[in-house]
Design a protein around this ligand. Structure first.
Ligand code: ZN
Ligand code: MN
Ligand code: MN
Length: 293
C-alpha cells in the first residue's frame, strides 16, 4: 500500500458547480480539496440553495474525498483601518461560515489582511476584534462544525500574519479560540524568511511555531514552491521542486512526523510549459517525495 495515510489535494475551481469540483478531484485521484465558495474577487455572496448543498453533500459522501476546506474571498481585510471595508470583511467572513455550514465543510481558511500603514499593533487589534465578532455571531454558533484557519502571509506590503509571533498574538488575544487554527503556506513562510530547505531550518521553523502559536493549532499546509528567494517577501507560487524551496524542502515537509498527518493542499500554477496538466505533475512529485512509514 502506498501512502494510504497521505491527505493530499489541490485548490480546484467551482466553475462547474460544487459537485463538479468533486468530479475534478476524483479525476485527479486526490482525497483532499480546497475551493472558493463563490467568486473570490467579488464581495457578492449569493446564498447557496438547499438543493445545491444537498447534491454536493451526496456527491461528496459517495466520493473518496476525506478533507475539504473553503478559501475565503481575497477581498477580506480584517485589519483594515477603513470602516466600510472592515465591516464588509466581518460580514463576509460570517457569510463564508454560512456557506461552509450549509455545504457541510468543516474549515474556512482566510488571510487576515493588511493594516495599510496604521501599524502592526493596530492591525492586530482590529483583526482580533473582527474575529471575536465573527466567533460570537449566531452563524458561527449555529454551524458549530466550522473552524477558522488563519493563513500566514509572505510579508508583502503591510499584511498581517507574516510571523508566528503575529499569528500567536492574534490567537492568544481572542475571547474564544477553541475553533481557530492556522494554515502554513510554504511559499509564504519561505518568502517571509522561514528556512525550509534543510532539516535544521524546518526544525527551527516548527519549534518557533510551537512556541508562539502551538503546534496543535497547525491544521493545514499549503504546498507551494516559491519563485523568489528566502525572505524576499514576495508571494509568487511555483511548481513543486522548480522554485527556490526545491524538492529537498518538500521532501522534509511532507515526511516530518509533526506534519505528515495534516492535509496538504497545492496552490501551484495551473499551467506547465503552456499545458494544463500541472496539477497532475505537482501531485506526482509530492507522492514521489513522500516515503511510506
Ligand atoms: Zn491563501
Ligand atoms: Mn496559500
Ligand atoms: Mn500566495
Amino acid at each position: 500500500m502506498t501512502n494510504a495515510d497521505l491527505l493530499l489535494g489541490c485548490h480546484l475551481s467551482i466553475g462547474k458547480g460544487f459537485a463538479g469540483a468533486i468530479d475534478a478531484a476524483e479525476a485527479l485521484g486526490i482525497n483532499a480539496l480546497q475551493i472558493f465558495s463563490h467568486n473570490a474577487r467579488s464581495w457578492k455572496i449569493r446564498s447557496i440553495p438547499a438543493e445545491t448543498a444537498a447534491l454536493f453533500q451526496r456527491r461528496r459522501e459517495a466520493s473518496t474525498i476525506r478533507y475539504i476546506v473553503i478559501h475565503t474571498m481575497y477581498l477580506i481585510n480584517l485589519a483594515s483601518p477603513e470602516e466600510a471595508i472592515y465591516r464588509r470583511s466581518i460580514d463576509s467572513l460570517r457569510a463564508e461560515t454560512v456557506a461552509a455550514g450549509i455545504l457541510g465543510i468543516d474549515y474556512i481558511n482566510t488571510h487576515i489582511g493588511s493594516h495599510k500603514g496604521s501599524s502592526i499593533k493596530t492591525g492586530i487589534a482590529r483583526a482580533v476584534a473582527a474575529l471575536d465578532e465573527v466567533i460570537a455571531s449566531p452563524e458561527f454558533h449555529n454551524y458549530n462544525n466550522v473552524r477558522i484557519l488563519l493563513e500566514n502571509t509572505a510579508g508583502t506590503g503591510t499584511t498581517i500574519g507574516t510571523t508566528f509571533s503575529e499569528l500567536g498574538r492574534i490567537i492568544n488575544s481572542l475571547d474564544d479560540s477553541s475553533r481557530v487554527g492556522i494554515c502554513f503556506d510554504s511559499c509564504h513562510g519561505f518568502a517571509a524568511g522561514y528556512e525550509l530547505r534543510t532539516a535544521t531550518g524546518l526544525n527551527q521553523t516548527l519549534e518557533e511555531l510551537d512556541e508562539l502559536v502551538g503546534i496543535e493549532r497547525l491544521q493545514l499546509i499549503h504546498l507551494n514552491d516559491s519563485r523568489y528567494p528566502l525572505a524576499a517577501r514576495r508571494d509568487r507560487h511555483q511548481h513543486i521542486g522548480q522554485g527556490e524551496i526545491g524538492e529537498q524542502g518538500f521532501r522534509l515537509l511532507v515526511n516530518d512526523h509533526r506534519l505528515r498527518h495534516l492535509p496538504f493542499i497545492l496552490e501551484t500554477p495551473k499551467e506547465i510549459d503552456g499545458k494544463p496538466h500541472a496539477d497532475q505533475i505537482n501531485l506526482q512529485t509530492i507522492r514521489r517525495l513522500r516515503t511510506n512509514r
